[in-house]
Design a protein around this ligand. Structure first.
Ligand code: PGA
Ligand code: ZN
Length: 432
């Protein structure tokens, strides 16, 4: 049977931060091969699946010898002989084999590489591009990109408190056009940094390193860059922020060192609400920390009707957390990072839980990435509507944007850009 798994191989390769990572390769009886690499976060949620590292002296403790051995040993033995098309079954085997709630035994880095390699192998066996295999004949859209212009927080030595200053072009006719506009804004932002003596290289995800005196100065500079690019802020180009407020948690509240502020949960929500009133902000991620349900519910009540409110560390790609948040009136969108969940099946369950609630969903990369382009295919094949990859430089980012352009081309006349429709309905309606 051509779909039968004959070999599962794990190997240690390197990610975009020069740290070890796991690659898994699955070979089928029919000769098809699928391969995928695990990404790695820097600003991680306490509730996400465990990225297993060897510790000790070698590679600064970031070695993945144990996770790689898990792929070559127990995982390979358990998956050999199975039908690769049974993704749910394969992922259930991974979960049983691990037996812990957060993949702390095998490592979510081992699990995610294997789980993704399986969908690649299955698509290859069917002779289909991965996105088309995942779509299974359903009509799917080209996602709206969220692209970073300044990278701060844990990705830039905490140079700004807010982690990502991004743009979105939901009114572009195509993703191709959205990228052209984004490239203009990125270039204009770089020119402003250079002219004002603030050019200091790029952060982990390729966005400009943010030499600003306050978080609001970054917003102001981004608004200027949009103006300078010749595109209209609040019409063609909108701002999106990932506050990544987990990293700002301090005692019962929040500390924003750049702004010299110590804030309560209500106060950080008010500060972010002020930004949404003064700038054309369309999306906010993690304005409060992972367990601050009251803060997230307050943020959703304050600006969730006109702004997409994404839970990243807050929801950790977990369907149960998505439902719990919804029951409390918190968030209207989920960030989907397969390695937060550990498997393709549970990541998809989080996305489907969000969809049932009328929320939007954003498939996302991590700050530590590789040339792996699986997420471009997931975002299309699952019809997520949105994709977040980092900035518009550096090949571990550009590989994913470029793959999206290839997919758009494969779709031909069928290609539909998700645009404004990718947002929660009330948010989209408020900007039409
Ligand atoms: P991380 O950051 O990969 O370092 O967690 C990405 C994000 O917060 O969206
Ligand atoms: Zn985030």
């Amino acid at each position: 049977m051509k779909y039968e798994i004959t070999t599962v191989r794990g190997r240690q390769l390197w990610d975009s931060r020069g740290r070890p990572t796991v690659e898994a390769e699955i070979e089928l009886a029919g000769g098809a091969v699928g391969r995928a690499m695990a990404p790695a976060g820097a600003s991680r949620g306490a509730h996400e699946a465990i990225d297993l590292r060897d510790g000790g002296e070698a590679f600064g403790g970031f070695g993945v010898g144990k996770a790689t051995a898990a792929v070559n040993g127990p995982i390979a033995s358990a998956l050999r002989g199975r039908d690769v098309r049974d993704q749910t079954g394969l992922d259930a085997v991974l979960e049983e084999l691990d037996g812990t709630p957060a993949f702390s035994k095998l490592g979510a880095n081992a699990a995610v590489a294997v789980s993704l390699a399986a969908i690649h192998a299955a698509a290859a066996a069917e002779g289909l591009p991965l996105w088309r295999y995942l779509a299974g004949g359903r009509k799917v859209r080209v996602p709206l990109p969220e692209v970073q212009i300044f990278g701060g927080g844990a990705h830039a030595g905490r140079r700004t408190d807010v982690q990502d200053f991004m743009v979105m072009c939901p009114r572009a006719p195509t993703v191709r056009r959205a990228f052209e506009i984004t490239a203009d804004v990125y270039r204009a932002a770089g020119a402003i940094m250079e002219e004002t003596g603030r050019l200091a290289g790029v952060a982990d995800e390729g966005g400009w390193w943010p030499l600003f005196a306050s978080n609001e100065e970054a917003l102001e500079t981004l608004a200027q860059a949009i103006d300078r690019s010749g595109h209209k802020a609040g019409e063609e180009v909108f701002i999106s922020l990932d506050v990544a407020a987990n990293e700002l948690s301090h005692g019962d509240g929040y500390r924003l060192p750049l702004d010299g502020a110590e804030l309560t949960s209500e106060q950080i929500v008010e500060r972010v609400a002020g930004w949404t009133a003064r700038y054309p902000i369309l999306s906010i991620e993690d304005p409060v920390s992972q367990d601050d349900m009251a803060g997230m519910a307050l943020a959703t009540e304050r600006f969730g009707r006109t702004v997409q409110l994404i839970g990243d560390d807050f929801l950790v790609t977990n369907a149960a957390r998505v439902r719990r948040a919804a029951a409390e009136g918190a968030c209207n969108a989920v960030l989907v990072k397969v390695n937060q969940a550990g498997t393709v099946t549970s990541a998809k369950a989080a996305l489907e839980a969000a969809r049932e609630l009328g929320w939007s969903a954003i498939v996302s990369a991590r700050s530590g990435e590789t040339e792996d382009v699986s997420i471009s295919h997931l975002s299309v094949g699952w019809d997520a509507g949105q994709l977040k990859v980092g900035s518009f430089t550096r090949s571990e980012r550009m590989a994913k944007w470029n793959e999206l352009l290839r997919i758009e081309e494969q779709m031909g006349a069928e290609a539909v850009f998700a645009g404004l429709d990718a947002l929660p309905a009330s948010v989209a309606a408020s900007h039409r």
